[in-house]
Design a protein around this ligand. Structure first.
Ligand SMILES: Nc1ncnc2c1ncn2[C@@H]1O[C@H](COP(=O)(O)OP(=O)(O)OP(=O)(O)O)[C@@H](O)[C@H]1O
Length: 220
């Protein structure tokens, strides 16, 4: 489903965040991405979602060369990807449920059905009592859970998560990991960057380790 062939990413200013990365992730795989701060984990996820483009090499997602996608094709790519990133990108002029229902409205689902689905996923992340709240009034961990609900509501084929449990206490982190496991069991492909060793051990899956922009595989 995802392949990197000799992928290098150099940011303006000359810093090489990824160097000659080769990898293949099959449909339905659960992959953890680990490595020190600054190792290139977020960069790798951003290349998959076409948030960044490679400096050289080929990033392919479902047979598409996403590094070369024209700007207008990117929304179609993202329609099948759930993104959980640290900057959240929540809409602060809409309340909690409106944030979650929006991807379904955009996809053209019946609004009443969308509200039902949104409420179910908001309940799963423990925010039902806050459904009318503005995201501004939520704590960092609550915003993170809202972001997770929004990413999961459209049941994407591919889920990319950057430190999804970073701000969460152990109970919520375990709940979120259980949700990820359920998605994995129904065939979703997941790539999760994390420092959370407990999560990795609990969920199993494959671990790729980045070290100064170079990739290696951790034996199970
Ligand atoms: N937009 C950018 N412009 C310039 N340099 C960047 C940019 N984004 C990331 N970098 C640099 O690229 C390197 C890899 O960053 P990246 O965010 O991918 O690492 P990471 O493994 O996700 O780190 P962390 O665990 O701290 O989030 C770092 O040295 C970082 O400073």
């Amino acid at each position: 489903m995802i392949s990197f062939s000799q992928v290098t990413k150099r940011y303006p200013g000359g810093h090489e965040a990824l160097s000659g990365v080769n990898l293949a992730i099959e449909k339905g795989e659960l992959v953890f991405l680990t490595g020190h701060s600054g190792a290139g984990k977020s960069t790798l996820l951003k290349l998959i979602a076409a948030i960044e483009r490679p400096t050289s090499g080929v990033v392919s997602v479902s047979g598409q060369n996403v590094g070369r996608l024209p700007q207008r094709a990117i929304p179609y790519l993202r329609r099948n990807i759930g993104l959980i990133f640290q900057d959240h990108k929540l809409l602060f002029d809409r309340n909690v449920i409106e944030n979650v229902v929006l991807p379904l409205d955009i996809a053209g689902f019946d609004h009443r059905e969308s509200l039902k689905r949104a409420r179910a996923v908001i309940d799963k992340v423990g925010l039902l009592k806050r459904e009318k709240a503005n995201p501004v009034s939520l704590s960092g961990g609550e915003q993170q859970r809202l972001c997770i609900a929004r990413a999961l509501v459209s049941r994407p084929a591919l889920l990319l998560a950057d430190e999804p449990t970073g701000n969460l206490d152990a109970g919520y982190a375990a709940d979120i990991m259980t949700m990820f496991r359920d998605f994995h069991q129904v065939g979703t492909t997941l790539v999760i960057a994390t420092h959370d060793d407990r999560a990795i051990m609990a969920l199993g899956g494959r671990t790729l380790q980045l070290d100064h922009g170079k990739i290696g595989e951790v034996a199970a």
